[in-house]
Each structure stands twice: as C-alpha cells, then as structure tokens.
Design a protein around this ligand. Structure first.
Ligand code: SF4
Ligand code: SF4
Length: 205
C-alpha cells in the first residue's frame, strides 16, 4: 500500500471508530438503566429489601445474653471480647464488657450460629464507615449487666419475651438442618436449647 493510500485509510479508520464508539454511548440514552441511584433515589431503603438471613453488621441483645462466651470462642479472628464475672455468693453472672470490632469482622456468621438465644445476630445494616478505627469497635455494655438466665418454661417477662422470640427465630433459621432446625417456626416464649450452658463463662473465670 502506498503512503497516500495508507494516509487516507488511517483517516477512514479514525472516523469509523469514533462513530462506533459514539454509537455505543448514544445507545445508552435509549436503554432502560439497570442501576439505581444509591442511597437516596429509591423508594425503600436497601437495608429493608435484604433477606432475613443477610449477614450485615452484628448486633447484640444483651437482655438475652447468657454470658456463655460461645460466640467469642467461635470467632476465628478474635473480633469479640467479652468479660464476665460470677459472684461466688449469689452465683449471679455479670457481663462487664461485650465488644465487637467490626473492622476485623468478616461476616462469616460463625459467632451467631452457636449462640443459644440468638442474642448475637447479624442485621441488615452494612453502612459502617466512620472517621476513626476506634469508633468501629462496637461496645455493647455501658453499665455491667446481669447475664440472662433462661426460664424452665416460657419466658414470662413481657419486656424480654419478644426479644427472646426474635432471638429464637434467628437461632432456628441459622441452625444446621438435622439439629434445631424446625423450618423457622418459633414457639412463643420457648426456652432456648442449651441456653443454660454457663460452662464457657465459668471456664473463663
Ligand atoms: S461474623 Fe465471623 S468474623 Fe465477625 S465476629 Fe462473628 S465469627 Fe468473628
Ligand atoms: S449468649 Fe450468645 S451473645 Fe451471649 S455470650 Fe453466649 S453466644 Fe455470645
């Protein structure tokens, strides 16, 4: 190919490729978008559209925490730090610290699976950004609190019962099939299986 022919061929290729590229760009003006404007231009919060088993940022209902330390032991990367003290006279177990480092957390769910009451559970919250790493450690205990002692029968405390129901639903839905799994059906006020296991807490003292 001569130099002149090559020159004009280059011009033709340049014009052609510009139009090809612009055609792809222009086609997006006609297409229905597959993306949504996040976070403020959708009819419902994304968090409210997530399934119940979504593993978002962890939360702890201290009202139903037995202080058994199963979650702390299950975490493979030591995100959870719990401090419990047992009064040798009254035998009351007190939780004085319950921290979760959500920076380290990898949302594996291993801590929530063995929890007998569903006290520690994943939420649908995923927006955890903050300005300091210190603020990413969630400290659930502000004042020392007595550990929950499961009743022999249904929970009778009107304040605790709904929290325990929520927890037991969570336990049932996360329980491995063949063990406590019952299809997610929660029996109102049912005593949590193995909830009176204080071995872990005792072992730590
Ligand atoms: S979800 Fe996994 S990494 Fe996060 S605290 Fe629980 S066990 Fe640890
Ligand atoms: S009751 Fe649940 S949240 Fe409380 S220490 Fe035991 S496993 Fe952790």
């Amino acid at each position: 190919m001569g130099a002149v022919a090559e020159y004009f061929d280059n011009i033709k290729n340049t014009v052609t490729t510009i139009f090809e590229g612009m055609a792809v760009t222009a086609s997006h003006f006609m297409r229905k978008p597959y993306t949504v404007q996040y976070p403020d231009r959708i009819p419902v919060r994304v968090q409210d559209t997530l399934p119940y088993r979504y593993r978002g940022i962890l939360n702890v209902d201290l009202e139903i925490c037995t202080g058994c330390l199963a979650c702390e032991r299950a975490c493979p990367i030591d995100c959870i730090v719990i401090a419990c003290e047992k009064d040798q006279k009254t035998k009351i177990l007190t939780i004085s610290q319950f921290d979760i480092d959500i920076i380290k957390c990898m949302y594996c769910g291993l801590c929530s699976e063995p929890c007998p009451t569903g006290a520690i559970h994943h939420t649908s919250e995923f927006e955890g950004a903050d300005f300091s790493t210190e603020s990413m450690i969630r400290r659930f205990v502000t004042d020392p609190i007595d550990a929950y002692k499961p009743k022999k029968g249904p929970e009778t405390d009107e304040r605790i019962a709904p929290i325990l129901n929520r927890g037991m639903r969570y336990v049932n839905e996360f329980a491995p099939p063949g063990e406590a799994w019952n299809g997610g059906v929660v029996e109102d006020g049912a005593a949590p299986p193995g909830a009176d296991d204080e071995e872990g807490a005792a072992a730590k003292q």
